[in-house]
Design a protein around this ligand. Structure first.
Ligand code: NAP
Ligand code: MG
Length: 399
């Protein structure tokens, strides 16, 4: 068989621990036999980040901007224990944070649905994608405890010295106080990424805030989305047969639970943090969750939603057999390849990526899966639990 050809390379960002092992196995078992794989390789494994003083992460993100599509393996975010374990000269920052800051993107997370692994909410028939605005609000807030009686004011001093003041509260006893902010530029980027992703995936877009209570702050989010939609996206949405729908967050929650799924739910930072954990748990497992960072200028970085699965890696190093689920990492590759195929007008490459995804899903549907899923399995026949590598080989056979 002739191998599929690529035009533009994928930016490949390798990672750490158990996912680094799966990364190699996915390439060897499911990609390289079928595709003349072109990648621009960056090793984001912690030893290489240390050796390059984290320059490799910045270079990888710049390459992502240049080439448009990247696929990233899970990476260690160092803490004090990792500094010791890897003898690091510094506690390097989270690679995901560095990449997100350079691409200025929004993260979209969606579950991989499989018959036999049922969502807790029984009417959810299609994935719900959460789009979280990953900047500002309570995550960048200033706050303190109020010790006793006194007046609290919100004060803004413009560069020309003019002051705007608003009375918050006159305390008669101790309490707490917080000030948060966001930026119109960041909200607009978030909105553009959401509209673009809805068009790319042909799904309706929902957006919710608490604008009835927060008449300036949340209302600004609502207004920016509405203005951009009218000015830049309305016609394209109509042509694609999809809708943009704004509603109050309490109403959204009720509608999401009663829905059949199959749409994107855009959330402010805190709402997205909480709702994405609720939605992903209700769909099943972190190892069955895809994640893609989309920048407002149309760059894509595909990854798994989970980490490097450290506990499995230590057991693997001790020579024990481990059953780590490669689905999310495999879908990062297929997502990136399909997007590359679309951008480079290589329909065979996109079709291959989709076939590979179907082969993976139907392998699980036949009852063959890794240990994390076996416990959740409600299908027939009884689940057969195998290792990650055996699972990849089972997919290859089916493919
Ligand atoms: P984790 O790697 O996601 O693993 C947590 C637990 O979830 C595992 O011990 C395992 O449970 C289960 N799990 C996760 N993925 C699985 C898979 N593919 N197959 C089977 N089980 C899976 O999170 P963590 O242990 O908190 O973090 C480990 C490292 O990853 C940390 O250094 C952290 O900085 C990094 N991290 C990176 C990213 C990223 O790059 N995107 C994200 C999060 C964390 P059992 O042990 O019960 O089997
Ligand atoms: Mg969270």
């Amino acid at each position: 068989m002739d191998k599929l050809q690529m035009k533009t390379p994928l930016v490949e960002m390798d990672g750490d621990e158990m996912t680094r092992i799966l990364w190699q196995q996915i390439k060897e078992e499911l990609l390289e036999p079928y595709i003349d794989l072109k990648t621009e390789y960056y090793d984001l494994g912690l030893p290489e980040r240390e050796r390059t003083h984290d320059q490799v992460t910045v270079d990888a993100a710049q390459a992502n901007k240049e080439y448009g599509v990247a696929v990233k393996c899970a990476t260690i975010t160092p803490n004090a224990q990792r500094v010791e374990e890897y003898k690091l000269s510094q506690m390097w920052k989270s690679p995901n944070g560095t990449i997100r800051a350079i691409l200025d993107g929004t993260v979209f997370r969606a579950p991989i649905m499989v018959k036999g692994l049922n969502p807790v909410v029984k009417n959810w028939q299609a994935p719900i994608t959460i789009a979280r605005h990953a900047f500002g609000d309570v995550y960048k807030a200033a706050e303190f405890k109020v010790p006793g009686p006194g007046a609290a004011w919100l004060v803004f001093t413009a560069d020309d010295g003019t002051e705007t003041r608003e009375h918050i509260h006159t305390f008669e006893g101790p309490g707490v106080l917080q000030g948060q902010f966001n930026l119109e530029t960041s909200i607009a980027s978030f909105a553009r990424s959401c509209f673009q992703f809805a068009l790319d995936t042909r799904q309706d877009l929902w957006f919710s805030t608490k604008d009835t209570i927060s008449k300036r702050y949340d209302h600004t989010f609502k207004d920016i989305f509405a203005e951009l939609y009218e000015a830049e996206y309305k016609e394209r949405f109509e042509a694609a047969g999809i809708t943009y729908f704004y509603t109050l967050i309490d109403d959204a929650v009720a509608r999401v639970i009663r829905s059949k799924g199959g749409f994107i739910w855009a959330c402010k930072n805190y709402d997205g943090d909480v709702m994405s954990d609720m939605v992903s748990t209700a769909f099943g497992s972190l190892a069955m969750m895809t994640s893609v960072l989309v920048s407002p200028d149309g760059c894509y970085e595909y990854e798994a939603a989970h980490g490097t699965v450290t506990q499995h890696y230590y057991r693997h190093l001790r020579g024990e057999e481990v059953s780590t689920n490669p689905m999310a990492t495999l879908f990062a590759w297929t997502g990136a390849l399909a997007k590359r195929g679309e951008l480079d007008d290589l329909p065979d490459l996109t079709a291959f990526a989709k076939k590979l995804e179907r082969a993976a899903v139907s392998t699980i549907e036949s009852g063959v899966m890794t240990g994390d899923l076996a416990g959740l399995w409600e299908g027939r026949p009884r689940a057969k639990k195998i290792t990650g590598l055996e699972f990849l080989r089972a997919i290859r056979k089916r493919l």
